[in-house]
Design a protein around this ligand. Structure first.
Ligand code: SF4
Length: 277
């Protein structure tokens, strides 16, 4: 008997989070094991236009958006980053997902000034692969760990909320990861940071689709890129994740059929958005 396989679907429950891919996946560091497929060449003409962001935020006027995540790959390489940030923070809290290479004390002070004129907050998401510098940099890039620690110190000085996004490349127990990061944070005098641990996700590291029992980011978010609206940052610009051309007209249903989806389901919780009180 022939059986027809239909991949599971995931419905958007409420649109609470928006990711905006600012730089068409361009990054100034290109970490070794990043889930992003970087383009061969950088062309600033491919970056998202400030007007596109403005138009999209207008389309989202009646949605209850909780947080706008600015991604890039590295969003701070966008020449109009500050203007886009100012537009977004008028609408919702903004989380800057960054490799930290543009953060120094002066930048932290500037961003604190931007935030102080608005009712919403700016927070930061910094990526780690391990609490040990050498193990971290072996996965990411040389100097990445120190860059993150320096940025954390600068941002903490100006009271920003920082999220340490830890990809569990070395498959270690979550308790031990949390304890070791907390020790490190204490050592550098940082009291307030959120640690989010995800199982490692790449395009090829999971090949079977487990049953969907936990939450996934596509249940509460959509991603804007120069090519339209997508299910999530993992599937940004992938035809399998395309949801529509703009926020006036996009799909609420995602068909889970990629190995990224399998990694998300296996992770059993949202990998990219963060619930903060
Ligand atoms: S990769 Fe994850 S968040 Fe993206 S569509 Fe698949 S299950 Fe949803």
């Amino acid at each position: 008997m022939n059986t027809i396989y239909a991949s599971p679907v995931c419905e958007l429950e409420q649109l609470n989070d928006i990711f905006i891919e600012l730089t068409a996946k361009n990054c100034n560091t290109r970490c070794r094991e990043c889930y992003i497929k970087f383009p061969f060449t950088k062309n600033i003409k491919d970056f998202i236009k400030t007007d596109t962001v403005k138009e999209s935020l207008n389309q989202l006027e009646n949605e209850n958006i909780r947080c706008i995540y600015l991604t890039g790959a590295e969003p701070m390489t966008h020449p109009d980053f500050n203007s886009i940030l100012r537009l977004c923070i008028k609408k919702a809290n903004v989380c800057i997902c960054t490799n930290a290479s543009f953060i120094n004390e002066k930048k932290a002070r500037f961003l604190r000034n931007v935030e102080s004129n608005e009712e919403h907050n700016i927070m930061f998401k910094l990526s780690f692969a391990h609490w040990d510098e050498l193990k971290n940099d072996a996965v990411r890039t040389r100097g990445s760990y120190r860059q993150n620690i320096y940025a954390l110190k600068c941002l903490d000085k100006y009271n920003f909320t920082n999220i340490l996004s830890v990809s569990n490349f070395y498959k270690e127990p979550h308790n031990s990861i949390i304890n070791r990061f907390q020790e490190k944070l204490e050592e550098i005098g940082i009291e307030n940071a959120v640690i989010q641990i995800n199982e490692w996700a790449t395009e090829n590291n999971v090949d079977t689709l487990p049953e969907l029992t936990g939450a996934t980011d596509c249940m509460s978010s959509r991603t804007l890129t120069v090519n339209g609206v997508f299910a999530c940052p993992f599937l940004a610009n992938d035809y399998r994740g395309r949801m529509g051309s703009d926020f006036n007209n996009y799909s609420k249903t995602v068909r889970l059929e990629t190995s990224f989806c399998a990694a998300c389901i296996k992770n059993n919780d949202k990998m990219l958005t963060v619930e903060l009180e």
